[in-house]
Design a protein around this ligand. Structure first.
Ligand SMILES: [Zn+2]
Length: 251
């Protein structure tokens, strides 16, 4: 194995893990890595949680998704009675994620870029939370009750390259997922060709049955012509930030 042997993905909503990083997760898992997922919103007992568990099985995750239990900013019913993900106390959230990092000891953390890929406030918040928790997890004095300090080696931020946006945007009816031009290709550090895992990536995406039925963007992606759809599904792109000299390759 040349890449990470333990990786933790932090996503805001059920479906993002499959749509944006599903091929990377499946490739890592097939290569023998221990891959875990934290999903920040939605709770057990909801339909979306059940679909997420199905997707996680398709991607061969090491364990069921860890639910932080916050509400989707736009869907209060995703976690009845719980705080909205972007409004809950930030240090409470950092501590919750630090506890998981110190147990799972991932070499790499994966989340969205600082613009949340396309500006979604929950995605932007997940980026900030993940970066803060990576730093805090390594500091022994920070919540020593949450376990021994753990130093994550590298952060990877999934992003949508400009060339992909350019290729698919003309074919999208609503373009609601892509309101901007994408990250300049020169600022992308890692392109993962997930062609070998695209079958299970598609099965994972389609596990999110109610979201496909509800979301115009998901239907748009599903209706892309074969060429642009292949391009969209076969590559996953990341920016990399090493937290220790040399870092650790994702894959
Ligand atoms: Zn999302």
């Amino acid at each position: 194995m040349s890449g990470a042997s333990r990786a933790l993905f932090v996503h805001a909503h059920p479906d993002d893990e499959s749509l944006w990083t599903g091929g990377t997760i499946a490739s890592l898992a097939r290569g023998g890595a221990e891959v875990s997922l934290v999903t920040c919103t939605w709770v057990r007992g909801t339909t979306r949680h059940g679909e997420l568990v199905d997707a996680a099985r398709e991607l061969e995750l090491a364990r069921d998704p860890i639910m932080l239990g916050y509400a989707d900013s736009f869907v209060p019913d995703s976690a009845p009675g719980a705080s909205s993900f972007i409004l809950a106390p930030f240090d409470e959230q950092v501590a919750a994620l630090v506890a998981h990092i110190r147990v799972l000891k991932p070499q790499v953390l994966v989340t969205y870029d600082a613009f949340g890929m396309y500006g979604h406030p929950d995605h932007i918040h997940a980026n900030r939370l993940t970066a803060a928790a990576a730093d805090a997890a390594a500091v022994g004095a920070y919540h020593s009750d949450l376990g021994d300090p753990w130093q994550v080696s590298s952060l990877y931020f999934v992003t949508i390259p400009e060339s992909i946006v350019t290729a698919i945007k003309p074919h999208l009816a609503t373009a609601s997922h892509l309101p901007y031009t994408g990250t300049p290709d020169a600022q992308v550090d890692l392109w993962v060709d997930v062609g070998a895992c695209v079958g299970c990536k598609i099965r994972a995406i389609t596990s999110h049955r109610t979201e496909i039925a509800r979301s115009a963007s998901m239907q748009d992606f599903g209706a892309l012509p074969p060429g642009p759809q292949r391009l969209f599904l076969r590559s996953e792109a990341y920016q990399r930030r090493d937290l220790v000299p040399g870092g650790v390759d994702l894959i």
